[in-house]
Unconditional design. Structure first.
Length: 286
């Protein structure tokens, strides 16, 4: 009996080991794929660009990126009828956009080429753990193990916003240098929390909501400053989405426990509204 149990355990570990090796090999292979550089539109950014949780995976999406066919860049590309290269990747930081290094993936900006007419960037939240902190704060009320080890110690000044502003400004300047004839658009994150008060859908306490509003405000200020310093187009979804927060009648962002989509990320409607707003602003500029 003991020998049989040992064999079962050994077989289970072997299967798990093989599975891990297959995943690792897949990630390495996907990281070696050279991105297309002939797209008229190149989308860069994190999960807010990739459309995390919004249905069917986009063709060619690396496992780690979880790009959806319903992310705002995918919708915008269809509106504009542009040839399209989607480099956005869930979990990406500004460093990943610029220099790569995310699960063996190269720099997202390597997709920018001579045909590029439009580049959008939505990133930076992972650099300051904005959405990650929101999720962790919400989960600590539902998962005892997290509650034991995660305390409420976040301070706005600890978020390294100065570094983010510098990095975001620099990468935007690099993008404009690589694509001098393209329209470069920084799209900010939409409003997540209500401007005042709180509701059960956030999954966090009133005090935590107050603190995270300060983080959101500082994050938006950094994005606006970077767009101004780099002289690129700003689509300020933080301002445009006021009235469509988690607690609103028509939210553009999910709460902490959505039945569809990812927590604290754009809904299907939210992704559509972002695409519509970017398209509108581009038409106004033309």
């Amino acid at each position: 009996m003991k020998i049989r149990i040992k064999r079962v355990v050994a077989s289970a570990f072997l299967i798990i080991g093989i599975f891990c090796l297959v995943i690792l090999a897949t990630l390495v292979y996907q990281g070696q794929v050279t991105p297309q550089t002939d797209g008229e539109y190149v989308a860069l950014g994190s999960s807010f660009s990739a459309g995390l949780g919004l249905g069917k995976s986009a063709s060619g999406s690396p496992i780690v990126c979880m790009r959806s066919i319903n992310g705002y860049p995918q919708k915008l590309a269809r509106m504009l009828d542009f040839s399209f290269v989607d480099m956005s990747c869930s979990g990406a930081t500004i460093k990943n956009v610029w220099h790569g290094g995310q699960a063996f993936l190269g720099p997202q900006i390597d997709a920018i080429g001579p045909n590029t007419k439009l580049v959008t960037l939505t990133a930076g939240g992972n650099d300051v753990d904005y959405v990650g902190d929101l999720a962790m704060l919400a989960y600590r009320y539902r998962i005892d193990l997290i509650k034991r080890f995660v305390g409420f110690r976040w301070v706005v000044e600890d978020k390294k916003f100065s570094r983010l502003e510098s990095d975001m400004t620099d990468v935007l300047k690099v993008i404009t240098h690589r694509a001098p004839r393209a329209r470069v658009v920084l799209v900010t994150y939409p409003t997540i929390l209500p401007p005042t008060g709180n509701c059960v859908l956030t999954g966090i306490s009133d005090g935590e909501a107050v603190l995270m509003r300060k983080v959101a405000k500082k994050f938006s200020e950094v994005q606006r400053a970077a767009a101004l310093a780099a002289n690129v187009i700003l689509v300020d979804m933080e301002g445009l989405s006021i009235g469509h927060d988690i607690c609103s009648q028509e939210p553009w962002v999910n709460g902490s426990s959505p039945t569809d989509g990812a927590p604290f990320h754009p809904t299907y409607l939210g992704a559509k509204e972002v695409a519509d707003q970017v398209n509108l602003i581009l038409k106004m500029i033309d």
